[in-house]
Design a protein around this ligand. Structure first.
Ligand code: ZN
Length: 384
């Protein structure tokens, strides 16, 4: 290839590139439609991704729920074990208090017996010394005396045996009580171990519940994000349709209702009509209605139309006016951010701004006006 031919080919290639670039630049409708379709595809991808995340989170949640069910079953088992051990401990306690009662009884009897013996001995040897001696030596025969001594010996023996038997019984009961107490200690040690296990499982359940709370919160925000993506996709589809049908500049509001300007926030903080102006402190006609919404909340177009104003004004702050055709227009004031420019075609429900508190405003809200041929009117009938 000659040097000349090479430069001709290069020139042709350059020309084609420039021509393609210029043509695509000069046909904004084509580019716009393409961009909107791209944005729709993007939204659909976003939705799929969110759905995958929802699926993941749902599976994770099911996993945690399964674990919780398993732990709950274990806790139920352990609780049964704990209840069994507790009733054994209760049994032991009952037996111990029975034994204590028996011991107390023995002690009373022991004391009584001891007192009886003392009394008898006193009777025999001290108080009734005389009669005792009389009894012994007043007897006529040695046989009598011997049998008396025998009787006394027997009485003393009997007393002694009684006393010893009481002490023996008492000691037996004490031994039994000690055995029960040892048994009870063992059961209590066992119960302590099981209690510890249950405590650990309870802590595990607490952890799982915390994890569940996190997953649920995550799911909630994922679902909200999905809804938002779907809403945006729908708005983009309407935009694309409008673009493709070439109705870009010919929206015609049919007198129906407008979309609520602040989705999710419906508290009307000030109605349309006469009122004392909150910052100017003078009686003024309120040309729209105020809807309370947090800073940064979404402000959407009430209907399809062309943005005729997207600018700052000392009273309205950052505001947008949309011409919906047929003499209808809407106004959205005090925004923190404007998402559209003058000349943009917007569709019903499309995000046009973010709620703010710019201009004459005491706090974040959306001041919404409906105008017919430039005259403000009560917006409420157009929102029902
Ligand atoms: Zn207002």
């Amino acid at each position: 290839m000659s040097k000349k031919l090479k430069s001709i080919v290069a020139a042709i290639i350059l020309f084609v590139f420039v021509a393609v670039f210029v043509i695509s630049y000069l046909s904004p409708l084509f580019v716009l439609a393409d961009t909107t379709q791209d944005r729709i595809n993007q939204k659909q991808n976003e939705k799929t991704q969110i759905q995958n995340k929802i699926q993941e989170a749902t599976e994770k949640k099911q996993g945690v729920l399964d674990i919780v069910a398993e732990i709950d079953a274990q806790i139920a088992d352990i609780q049964g074990e704990i209840n069994g051990l507790q009733s054994e401990i209760d049994d032991c306690n009952e037996k111990i208090s029975d034994a204590e009662e028996q011991i107390a009884d023995c002690e009373v009897k022991e004391k009584e017996q001891y007192e009886n013996m003392k009394k008898r001995l006193r009777v025999m040897y001290e108080d009734n010394n005389t009669s005792y001696i009389t009894m012994l030596f007043g007897s006529d025969t040695l046989n009598d005396i011997l049998s008396y001594i025998e009787i006394i010996k027997q009485i003393i023996n009997h007393d002694n045996n009684m006393y010893n038997r009481i002490i023996e019984t008492k000691n037996q009961v004490k031994e039994l009580k000690a055995e029960i107490e040892a048994e009870k200690e063992q059961i209590e040690a066992k119960k302590e171990v099981v209690d510890g296990k249950k405590y650990e499982l309870d802590a595990e359940v607490d952890k799982m519940n915390t994890a569940l709370g996190e997953i649920n919160g995550n799911l909630e925000s994922l679902r909200a994000a999905y809804d938002e993506a779907e809403r945006q996709e729908a708005a983009l589809k309407r935009q694309l349709q409008a673009e493709l049908s070439g109705s870009k500049t010919s929206a015609s509001f049919n007198g129906g209702t407008f979309a609520w300007p602040t989705p999710g926030y419906g508290t009307i903080t000030s109605q349309y009509g006469g009122r004392m102006h909150p910052t100017l402190k003078v009686y003024k006609v309120h040309t729209g209605m105020d809807i309370g919404a947090p800073m940064g909340a979404t402000v959407v177009a009430g209907a399809d139309g062309t943005v005729v104003k997207a600018e700052y004004n000392v009273a309205y702050g950052n505001y947008v006016v949309i011409n919906h055709g047929n003499g209808y227009s809407t106004l959205y004031a005090h925004n923190s951010v404007l998402n559209v420019n003058k000349g943009d075609f917007v569709v019903r429900g499309q995000t046009i701004a973010k709620v703010g508190s710019t201009g004459y405003s005491t706090g974040p809200h959306c001041h919404f006006e409906v105008m017919i041929n430039g005259q403000h009117t009560d917006p409420m009938p157009y929102l029902k």
